[in-house]
Unconditional design. Structure first.
Length: 87
């Protein structure tokens, strides 16, 4: 690999990582809005998947990694400690 190839690859990786970091931030932001009741969980997750696909994050990092990022951010959304279960 030439020095030029190396530098061009580094530029590619930097942009991809910046996209991934922002995607992760948006996952947590939307999951917070779901927890507050502002958004529906399925709508938020569906849109995040569309975003990841449109910005080539799925292709660049794999479906499993993108799903893991979404799952991590939304894991707390199903936990409601103050709700009383009615049997």
């Amino acid at each position: 690999m030439t020095a030029q190839d190396h530098e061009l690859l580094e530029a590619w990786r930097a942009v991809a990582n910046a996209k991934l970091n922002e995607f992760r931030r948006q996952c947590w932001r939307l999951s917070s809005l779901v927890q507050q009741g502002t958004l529906k969980k399925t709508a938020a997750i569906d849109r995040l998947w569309e975003i990841a696909t449109a910005h080539a994050l799925v292709r660049a990092f794999s479906e499993d990694r993108v799903q893991a990022i979404i799952a991590e951010a939304f894991a707390h959304c199903d936990f409601h400690p103050m709700r009383i279960e009615v049997a």
